[in-house]
Design a protein around this ligand. Sequence first.
Ligand SMILES: [Zn+2]
Length: 384
Amino acid sequence: MKVFLGLIALAALLFFGAGPKMVDERINRVSDHAPYVISEDAKNLHANLFIGDWHADSTLWDRNLSDRHQYGHVDIPRLQSGNVSLQMFTTVSKSPSGLNYEANSDESNDSITALAIIQRWPLKTWNNLTERVIHQANKVRSIANDDADNFILILSKTDLADYLNRKKSNPKLVGGLIGTEGSHALEGEIRNIERLYSEGFRMMSLHHFFDNKLGGSLHGLSGAGLSNFGAQAVNEMMRLGIMIDVSHSSEKVVKDVLSIVNQPLVVSHTGLYGHCQSSRNISDALMKEIASKGGLIAIGYWHGAVCGNSPKDVAEAIKYGVDLVGSKHVSLGSDFDGAVMPAFDTSELSALTHELLLTGLSEDDIRSVMGLNMLNFLNDHLPD
Ligand SMILES: [Zn+2]
């Protein structure tokens, strides 16, 4: 999640009678662009790719994801148009107004409280971050129940195998997973990790835009490493088989986590500092260390991560990543619906394949990055 309209702006929208739809439309835009021209080679390759995306905040918004929309970035019909097979839905629970990449306090007004209220989320979500992410997870579960021909929730290796099987006769079937954005969603309680696991969460990120009980955010005030509580949380995640996402964590936290984990890490939405000198991105050296221990670096589609928002800009970031850490460690992490403005929504993803071919990446490397790496990682790290 990048730039967010502040609480005041949201309150103003509400005051002037704007509904949640208008907030969503204004916050999750696609920048104007001419229709993308896709080569025949790229069309053919794209149609045969298995594609997965590690990060979209779509459940934060009041949008029925089973219907196709003209605004926002992701819904099931648009995932199908873009030939996307797997989507991790990351649930956002707190986001300071006026947020930036440099320094945010956890004391500033929280925009998600305003969103929860104007979207008429259940009362219990207004003051409780755990309830907020569970509410969003329930939305994903509802799609799987109500739209079973198009969408399946994946919780285990068995579910993943079942999904791949069903996809043979129903190629449009989309698989979804649930993750958190920031472990403040635990409300300071280790036991909430198990509770969230039982609610279907299979990946947890440690931080968002501010320091929390686990340690320092990359955009917080302290720059601190992993706290004792953070180390306990990471151990509990490992015990349960929850994948760990270090996007938005301070470099110290990432190093501390690397020193205690016995499973590879995911950076679910990022750019690479050597390619885009943004304070949103951690150092290339640290990315190489994450990759050398089997981790995945998932490249985002927005300006703060890749210094541009076009398919060409994203392709260049991916090419840089492949050259830096190898094609087996680069993945996709759009940050769609995360208050960013890419120049394409998920239905237009063949434009990325087109641009990746132009960078000179091999078809095998493109297959890995676009989805096979995510598929293999899930196959290795989801619980049985
Ligand atoms: Zn984010």
